[in-house]
Ligand binder design. Structure first.
Ligand code: R5P
Length: 294
């Protein structure tokens, strides 16, 4: 039955109050459409504006990495504490329960391993249909700036950004640093900026002790940091604190979580630094207390 009465009495238009035209809470993404923003919102907390992504995609280039020998056993207890799961489609289907209901950043480049001649010789490894089928919140593509196959990796990135944009799926540019490159602000600043200019909605890179705030400032979209090789837990937490203070929008961390002495305690401590701004000292204290319980 049509509500003609309600229609007649609809007068509360508050025409003196302008409609909100606030920008989107993540930098550089206001120009995107609803689907992209919705997926970014699933990954980045709307209060802190940050994310803790759990990376366990290492097997696609390294095989069974230490700590990931049995992903079903080691990753499962960490899932509930991660904002996003960063993994391959193989790991996802085999080891991640769909009932986890976590946003997925799907590793979508492939084609090389640590045993091959050249790590930068990658191609697109996942068709967009499969990313959609898996309900990916983002597609992650590795780029190798300055490496032998830089061109291929940038082409992979552009191709997946185009495919993602057709379906509202953001793309994460992952800046791999080849053995001949230096992880300094100049290199990381260039690599992250290139990813953003090609059209990535967010970028993953490494932290550098000097000039990281220039890397984040020069990248017009959010940056998350990779953890890199395992550090003592205190140092890993310090790196998180420094990166966040210097403009990172979160972490996409693997080995420093799943290779920690107590991985669940570690991811909880990392969350406290990233989302609540806990100092390293406090977060380490928290880690030690939780470790006793764990
Ligand atoms: C490496 O193959 C992947 O890109 C990882 O997702 C990335 O390196 C983050 O993991 P970690 O914190 O262990 O460096």
């Amino acid at each position: 039955m049509a509500d003609t009465t309600g229609n007649k009495s609809a007068k509360n238009f508050q025409s003196d109050v302008p409609a909100s035209s606030d920008g989107f809470y993540l930098k550089g993404l206001n120009g995107y459409d609803w689907g992209v923003k919705d997926r970014m919102t699933r990954m980045f907390d709307t209060k802190s504006g940050k994310t803790v992504m759990l990376a366990f995609d290492h097997g696609y280039i390294m095989g069974p990495t230490s700590g990931l020998e049995r992903m079903d056993l080691t990753v499962t207890p960490l899932i509930e504490f991660a904002d996003v799961l960063m993994c391959t489609r193989g790991a996802l289907r085999a080891c991640v329960p769909p009932t986890s209901n976590k946003p997925i950043s799907l590793r979508c480049s492939t084609g090389a391993t640590i045993l091959g001649r050249e790590m930068s010789y990658e191609c697109v490894g996942v068709a967009i249909d499969d990313a959609i089928r898996l309900n990916a919140s983002a597609m992650a593509v590795q780029v190798f700036i300055g490496a032998e196959f830089e061109h291929n990796s940038l082409k992979n990135l552009a191709e997946l950004i185009d495919a993602g944009l057709r379906h509202g799926i953001p793309t994460l540019g992952v800046t791999a640093v080849g053995k001949d490159m230096v992880r300094d602000a100049r290199y990381l600043g260039m690599a992250t900026r290139v990813c953003a200019e090609i059209g990535c909605q967010f970028v993953k890179t490494y932290y550098c002790a000097e000039g990281f705030e220039e890397v984040t400032a020069g990248c017009p979209v959010p940056i998350v940091i990779a953890g890199g090789k395992k550090l003592p837990e205190l140092d890993a937490l310090q790196m998180c604190e420094d990166a966040i203070r210097e403009g990172a929008a979160g972490v996409d961390m693997g080995r420093n979580i799943f290779q920690a002495e107590c991985p669940v305690s570690m991811i909880k401590a990392v969350r406290a630094v990233v989302h609540e701004g806990l100092t390293t000292a406090k977060a380490y204290e928290m880690y030690c207390d939780l470790k006793v319980e764990e």
